[in-house]
Design a protein around this ligand. Structure first.
Ligand SMILES: [Zn+2]
Length: 478
């Protein structure tokens, strides 16, 4: 089996501050990256920002800013998430305004064009600028996009380049049949299969430069700018240095079982459009596309800045710390379904499972160790973690977390039943044995915490190595 692994998030549009939905996506991809690294894989982890399109040009103009300065500012905010959320140092951050990406997108276009999948035609359409997708009448509710009810549907009538998506129905269905875990979870896979079975329509991939100048120029036609997908989606391979760096592309994309994380609003783009584009360019498909649900506000309403119910990840980290946020998105939110987020629920699970859970357990065990052991417990650096890591293979990180918290509960029970703090007074030797075995088990828990809550894992390790209880609680009760 290849020991190379590739994982990417979607690239968020930079017209808003980073929100909790993207924080969830990048933390999940980070936890998987860390788990893979611990299993000896070489990992290429990609994230970044999508910085082209009419929406950004309009927003920048409205804000009275130069569009490049405007996107630079937002890209810096998104880069700041790396530190805020404790994302691995070697994550690759791509911006679709990067010079290399622009050239790669043009090359990708040229290949698809040479293969006969791009043509020009006049057309009229209804378009949602929120989704950056054409909409059919049946997809609209009261004449509006159901995902963007506060945005007007645009009527378009112009000459554009098109991608021959309609030629890919059978090819996509064959790809789906040959790759039964291409889209995870199954209910999303079924959704995209029926979308493709219903017949595909060619989609527009350019706009007139006179109407939209902020984007990648169409190769060989100065009047046109690439529209969204032939620009944005190509980042998944341009980040690897494609097309020049064939070795890196082979290593991580062709052989490295590429994984794409995205929200459910990206299902069609990632699992149908992008896969068709890859076939059109003669490139291998993605291995797994993991579709997250939305984080909703109270009552299941979509959380978004425009609706005013968004949660700011910076505020949560300021109050509770990075690992508390990582804990919540990795365990308390469903990996695939929509999940509600409320500040009350966050605080409740923080107190129950972090302050009173792993935090309290560490303090109790290490206090007993510090008081009763003459030196730190000797620990083996190797442990069979197969059972734990198998949850990462199916992208059910919440189950991996449940597994850790079941071990935490087991240790609590052992302490309750054996009462080692009393035992050392009546039978010192036996009491010390129990405390040592608790430290060994705590060390095993901290090992499992490494990919999901790296800072907490490091703190526990430090205590065990020094045979000391933490100076302050790892998670203060709130
Ligand atoms: Zn929309």
């Amino acid at each position: 089996m290849s020991k190379n692994f590739y994982i990417t998030t979607t690239l968020p549009y930079v017209n808003n501050d980073p929100h909790i939905g993207f924080a969830m996506e990048i933390v999940r991809a980070d936890a998987i990256t860390r788990a893979k690294k611990l299993q000896g894989f070489e990992v290429f982890f990609n994230t970044g920002t999508d910085e082209h399109g009419q929406k950004l040009l309009t927003d920048a103009t409205n804000a009275g800013k130069d569009v490049k300065a405007y996107v630079d500012e937002y890209a810096a905010k998104f880069k700041g998430l790396k530190e805020l959320l404790n994302i691995v140092d070697d994550v690759h951050f791509i911006r679709t305004t990067d010079e290399h990406h622009v050239k790669a997108a043009q090359k990708f276009w040229e290949i698809c064009n040479a293969n006969g999948y791009i043509y020009k035609k006049n057309y009229q359409s209804k378009y949602c600028v929120g989704c950056e997708l054409e909409k059919t009448d049946s997809e609209l509710v009261d004449g509006k996009c159901p995902i963007h009810p506060n945005k007007e549907i645009e009527l378009r009538d112009e000459e554009n380049y098109f991608f021959k998506f309609s030629a890919f129905g059978d090819k996509l269905l064959k790809l789906y049949e040959e790759n039964p875990s291409l889209v995870i979870p199954d209910f999303r896979f079924n959704e995209i299969k029926s979308f493709v079975k219903n017949g595909l329509e060619d989609f527009s991939i350019s706009r007139l430069k006179s109407k939209m100048s902020w984007g990648v120029p169409v190769p060989g036609d100065d009047d046109h700018i690439m529209y969204v997908w032939f620009d944005a989606l190509v980042n998944y391979i341009s980040t690897l240095g494609w097309p020049e760096d064939t070795a890196n592309f082979e290593k991580f994309w062709a052989e490295g079982a590429p994984v794409q994380y995205c929200g459910k609003d990206n299902l069609r783009q990632q699992s149908a459009m992008w896969q068709a584009m890859l076939i059109a360019a003669g490139l291998p498909p993605t291995k797994n596309i993991i579709i997250n649900g939305f984080i909703t506000g109270d009552g299941g309403i979509k959380m978004s800045k425009s609706l005013g119910n968004a949660v700011n990840p910076y505020d949560l980290v300021a109050e509770y710390g990075t690992d508390a946020l990582r804990y919540f998105v990795l365990r308390e939110l469903s990996p695939f379904e929509d999940s509600p987020f409320t500040p009350e629920r966050f605080k409740e699970t923080y107190n129950a499972n972090l302050a009173n859970g792993i935090g309290n357990l560490t303090s109790r065990i290490m206090k007993m160790a510090q008081d009763n052991l003459s030196e730190s417990v000797e620990l083996s650096e190797w442990e069979d973690m197969t059972e734990y890591y198998k949850f990462f293979e199916t992208f059910e990180i919440n189950k991996a977390m449940d597994y850790i918290w079941a071990k935490i509960a087991e240790l609590d029970t052992i302490i309750q039943q054996s009462e080692p703090f009393k035992l050392v007074k009546t039978d010192k030797e036996k009491g010390v044995e129990v405390i040592k075995s608790l430290v060994v088990k705590l060390y095993s828990i901290r090992r499992m915490l490494t990919p999901v809550m790296p800072e907490t894992s490091a703190k526990i390790k430090e205590c065990i190595k020094a045979n000391k209880s933490p100076e302050a609680p790892i998670f203060l009760r709130k």
